[in-house]
Design a protein. Structure first.
Length: 285
């Protein structure tokens, strides 16, 4: 890991910033990492035995080890449940969620807006199952924003929970949700195949390889040609003639998609050149 390290989020046993890739401390005897997710101040990884380790800032219990003590080295979370293991992980601003091997979701950390999805607003410093994802429904992909979480379910629908002040839950309201809540329609006969959550927006790639986004849109980060917030999934403007999306990443105020011809398309806030188009002009498409 490399970059900012004030809370030990690089996992090398120090709080020294690093401007070159630096090995974390041991992940455990003979353990290796198979998946990783980094938020602003903490990092979590799934290991080859499907357990989870986290490191960095822990004031809200987002490391899941039963404490609120910052950790400068990879630290095992508390139990994910009897015989349960992790298959996917997403680190939000101050919370973390994982899909487990039975398709359920477990979250830990800050819960002021219900972003842990367990029906409460109680902070948890150990992994805690969300409320039901729906009858016979399981999660296949997960994304965490600053105060909200979204999952693609096994039927290709999307369920979100947490803060909804800009409509980032996508259910047609701006009401916070502390249990998994289905988004409004993704479009006639459309399903989601990939998802990413930014600060206050969410974007998904659909089964026809188009992109829908919802939530905050002050800087055009929804890509629909406007700066109007959307509380339901809304198609972006064209990705280009005959172009489709194969991967997507939504961050603080901008969004980028990898297209089928291996080019990149980005939209939203561009003050620092984060859209990569040679300008610092915001783009709404």
């Amino acid at each position: 890991c490399w970059g900012y390290n004030n809370y030990g989020q690089l996992g090398d046993g120090t709080t020294t910033d690093r401007n070159t890739p630096t090995q974390t401390s041991s992940l455990g005897t003979d353990r290796t990492a198979v998946a990783i997710s980094a938020s602003r101040y903490h990092t979590c990884a799934i290991l080859d035995d499907a357990s989870v380790v986290c490191w960095g800032y822990n004031a809200y219990g987002q490391l899941g080890d039963g404490t609120t003590t910052d950790r400068h080295t990879p630290t095992q979370t508390s139990s994910l449940g009897t015989d349960r293991t992790a298959v996917a992980i997403a680190a939000g601003e101050y919370h973390t969620c994982a899909i487990l091997d039975d398709g359920s979701v477990s979250c830990w950390g800050n819960n002021g807006y219900g972003q842990r999805g367990d029906g409460t607003n109680t902070q948890r410093n150990t992994p805690t199952q969300t409320s039901s994802l729906g009858t016979d429904r399981t999660a296949v992909a997960i994304a965490a924003g600053i105060f909200h979480t979204c999952a693609i379910l096994d039927d290709g629908s999307v369920s979100c929970w947490g803060r909804n002040n800009y409509g980032q839950i996508g259910d047609g309201t701006t009401n916070n949700r502390n249990t998994p809540t289905q988004t409004s329609s993704l479009g006639t006969d459309r399903t989601a195949v990939a998802i990413s959550a930014g600060r206050f927006q969410t974007c998904a790639i659909l089964d026809d390889a188009s992109v829908v986004c919802w939530g905050q849109n002050d800087y055009g980060q929804l890509g629909d040609g406007t700066t109007t917030d959307r509380n339901t999934p809304t198609q972006t403007s064209s990705l280009g003639t005959d172009r489709t999306a194969v991967a997507i990443s939504a961050v603080t105020w901008h969004t980028c998609a990898l297209l089928d011809d291996e080019s990149l398309s980005c939209w939203g806030y561009n003050m620092y050149g984060q859209l990569g188009d040679g300008t610092t002009t915001d783009r709404h498409t």
